[in-house]
Design a protein around this ligand. Structure first.
Ligand SMILES: *[C@@H]1O[C@H](CO)[C@@H](O)[C@H](O)[C@H]1NC(C)=O
Ligand SMILES: *[C@@H]1O[C@H](CO)[C@@H](O)[C@H](O)[C@H]1NC(C)=O
Length: 351
């Protein structure tokens, strides 16, 4: 007994010493801004090997499709004033046992979703899982943890409805919301499709209230859709059960003048991130739209503010190494790669 107590008293300060520094990261440090920092070379990265991850689709599997360089795999995001905690997939699985995680958005969301699955899978490579897929839904269920991780494809979050006149993008309608209600963690995104025109635009008209138009200011349309989404969250989400994130805007790299190269340069052939913490072209105009909408919400929603750190990664896109005919993809990201950092930030916000 005496020994036990003595041992306890002896051991406690050591336990505290060991526990405190990790616990104070990242939120206990007032100088810590996880989204401001720089990329540093780190031999211990990447966090997984795409060859052993069953979830990477070919569009993101750059090494498999012939990308000759591999330095881009070895950069770690170094925030100013603190470190990003390393992703502990086992710890995460234990905390999120019996939970449902849902990613809603376009193929940039899919990019993050597949990265997230690979990071979990790398932590528990022998855990059994079930995989199901339909047009709009992909679900992986880790049976031993009863953890479900789902991707719901939605380009605009709001609905596209077949009306008599054609396909109408309805800015104030979000019927698919009913499929998102039972998740414990929701991560939303919309951005890239708002500027899509021509043959790949999946709608013929846009509806704003009573007005149906052939087209309208796209930034304004996106902001109206985000207000519809924000109202849905405010009305339907119970913060005691569900945590909500908005995945920040993922930048593309098609115009070299945005980062101080000639306008013809793209992500193609880039092998290193930009130095430092500043992107020459500055923030995307739509970032202000997102921040504005989020600031007017009544329910807590966290912004994964990944735009700046992603803008610095001119080297992290598949370009032509994507196994498909799309000739130069400077929108999506190789896996392993940048979306792993997005998920580390998500993890840091959750622990
Ligand atoms: C999941 O997969 C296992 C085999 O690994 C199978 O026995 C089980 O029925 C599947 N469950 C569902 C819900 O599909
Ligand atoms: C579109 O709307 C945004 C935000 O309201 C505005 O800043 C921008 O100037 C508009 N663009 C055009 C081409 O009118």
């Amino acid at each position: 007994m005496g020994f036990g107590l003595g041992y306890f008293h002896f051991a406690l300060p050591f336990a505290l010493l060991l526990a405190l520094p990790t616990r104070s990261i990242p939120n206990g440090n007032a100088d810590c801004d996880l989204y401001n920092g720089r990329w540093v070379y780190d031999e211990t990265y990447p966090m997984y090997d795409a060859r052993t991850c069953p979830f990477v689709r070919r569009e993101f599997d750059c090494q498999k499709y012939g990308r000759p360089d591999n330095m881009y795999l070895k950069y770690r995001w170094q925030p100013n004033g603190c470190d990003l905690p390393r992703f502990d997939g086992r710890n995460f699985m234990r905390r999120w046992i019996r939970k449902k995680i849902l990613f809603v958005g376009d193929s940039l969301t899919l990019n993050q979703y597949e990265s997230f699955l690979c990071m979990l899978h790398a932590a528990v490579p022998y855990a059994r899982f079930n995989f199901t897929k339909t047009d709009t839904l992909t679900t992986v269920r880790f049976q031993d943890y009863k953890l479900t991780v789902t991707y719901y494809l939605s380009h605009y979050l709001v609905d596209i409805v077949g009306q008599k006149i054609g396909r109408v993008l309805e800015l104030d309608s979000m019927q698919s919301g009913r499929f998102w209600l039972d998740a414990h963690l929701l991560i939303f995104n919309t951005y890239h499709w708002w500027s899509t025109r021509g043959a790949s635009q999946p709608w013929d008209y846009v509806q704003d209230g009573d007005q149906i138009m052939k087209d309208m200011n796209r930034t304004l349309a996106m902001s109206k859709a985000l207000v519809t989404w924000a109202n849905w969250v405010d009305l339907n989400v119970n913060p005691a059960i569900t945590k909500v994130f908005f995945q920040g805007l993922s930048p593309s790299h098609y115009h070299g003048e945005n980062w101080g190269e000639s306008p013809q340069r793209t992500c193609s052939g880039q092998t290193k991130p930009l130095d430092g913490s500043r992107y020459p072209a500055g923030p995307l105009p739509e970032q202000a739209v997102v921040k504005n909408v989020l600031s007017s919400m009544s329910k807590p929603v966290s912004l994964l503010d990944i735009t700046l750190l992603s803008q610095l990664r001119i080297d992290a896109h598949p370009s032509k190494y994507n196994g498909v005919k799309f000739p130069n993809d400077c929108s999506h990201w190789c896996l392993p790669g940048l979306p792993d950092t997005w998920n580390q930030l998500l993890y840091a916000s959750l622990i």
